[in-house]
Design a protein around this ligand. Structure first.
Ligand code: HEC
Length: 360
């Protein structure tokens, strides 16, 4: 029972450091996997904003291109309809004309055109575009607080401004770019004192982030699944390795115990063999002397010879037991098919006796 407990202790002591090691590896592994996941998610989120910015820039670029086409013609004439009435802020000769057949035409300046296109764009795609300036001809073109800040930065040399904005409970990416007064623009804007290359204002677009966020959510979900699998594979590897090692150690210890037990049994057998061997001869002598004594007593003969044999043999037995009690080392000799303890050699009783004898 005690032996078993100490073996259990032995196994426990050997396994404990491995348990701690496995636990540490698992913690490090979990940390690595989750750090990679967090890093990947933040990269994805940055990517979403970057994609929205690219979309916003593309829209602005197209707006500017169409505006350039318009200013290339110094404004373009369109038929007057319910939604397209003459621009009261456009003070230009021949703003309103009539075709030979009597159709009324009015000149559309780039800004007016952009505004109308933005209205259509807003209805269709939810994109909000706004043309503005710190010094507007048309008061409705005044910037909001965000645009005002951006325009002031443009005057200090910045070319673009963007951020995430919540408008009417919806998240947008708002991006604004500068509008530079070119030669073509001066036909209508020179009167305000603008020169070529001046910052005339800015064009802002607000892109709804929801579609981008939806894609991002899907990508992040995939990341979660991929990383969970990634972590799981690693964790399984670590756990399997741990159990494999434990099994190996347990086997090793059980084997050691088996070998020790066998060695012990071997010792016991050798001792038993030696005792039997040593005691057998005096025992036989005592037995036969006793039998002779029995017969001689019946015939009333002298038994003194046999009694002295008995005493001699019993003394031998005494020496053997003394030797047995004084065994100090492991010595064997060949006996029959195996080996037995060499009691004389293994015991230090004889040497004592010999020394004592010499001293006397
Ligand atoms: C045909 C005349 C005309 C031309 C050409 C023209 N604009 Fe304008 N622009 C106007 C008028 C008129 C307004 C104000 C009314 C409005 O918003 O329609 C205006 C408004 C603007 C605004 C909005 C701020 C404000 O002043 O109300 C900006 C910015 C602007 N123009 C930039 C430009 C640039 C840059 C060019 C050259 C690429 C250009 N415009 C060419 C007539 C013109």
């Amino acid at each position: 029972m005690f032996l078993f407990k100490s073996n259990e202790n032995n196994i426990f002591k050997k396994i404990l450091p491995i348990k701690y090691l496995a636990l540490s590896i698992m913690i490090v592994w979990t940390f690595i996997a989750s750090s990679l996941l967090v890093w990947n998610i933040s990269t994805k989120k940055k990517g979403t904003l970057e994609n929205a910015k690219i979309e916003a820039r593309t829209l602005i670029r197209k707006d500017i291109l169409y505006r350039e086409w318009n200013s290339m013609h110094g404004g373009v004439y369109v038929p007057v309809i319910k939604d397209t009435v003459p621009n009261k802020y456009l003070n230009i000769l021949e703003r309103d004309v009539e075709t030979t057949s009597g159709t009324k035409l009015t000149m559309i300046n780039p800004s007016y055109m952009t505004r109308q296109v933005h209205e259509i764009e807003n209805k269709r795609d939810g994109v909000k575009g706004h043309l503005t300036s710190l010094n507007p001809i048309r008061p409705e073109n005044l910037p909001d607080a965000w645009e005002e800040k951006a325009l002031k930065l443009f005057h200090k040399g910045k070319k673009e401004e963007s951020s995430m904005e919540v408008i009417h409970n919806k998240v947008y990416l708002k991006l604004m770019a500068t509008l530079i007064a070119e030669k073509r623009c001066l036909k209508c804007h020179a009167a305000q004192g603008y020169k070529e290359g001046d910052i005339r204002g800015g064009l802002s677009v607000s892109i709804p982030l929801l579609p981008h966020k939806n894609i991002e959510r899907q990508q992040i979900q995939t990341l979660y699944i991929t990383y969970s699998l990634f972590w799981f594979v690693g964790a399984t590897g670590i756990t399997t390795g741990f159990f494999f090692l434990i099994k190996k150690i347990k086997n090793q210890i059980t084997n050691e115990i088996k070998i020790k037990d066998q060695e012990r049994l071997q010792g016991v057998l050798e001792m038993a063999g030696a005792v039997c061997h040593e005691l057998n001869q005096p025992f036989q002598a005592v037995l036969s002397a006793s039998e002779i004594i029995q017969i001689k007593i019946e015939h009333e003969e002298s038994i003194s010879e046999e009694v002295s044999i008995l005493i001699d043999e019993l003394k031998k037995m005494g020496t053997i037991t003394e030797n047995l009690m004084n065994i100090t080392k492991y010595k064997t000799k060949k006996y029959l098919n195996g080996s037995i303890i060499d009691i004389d050699e293994a015991s230090n009783y004889n040497t004592h006796k010999k020394l004592k004898g010499k001293n006397k």
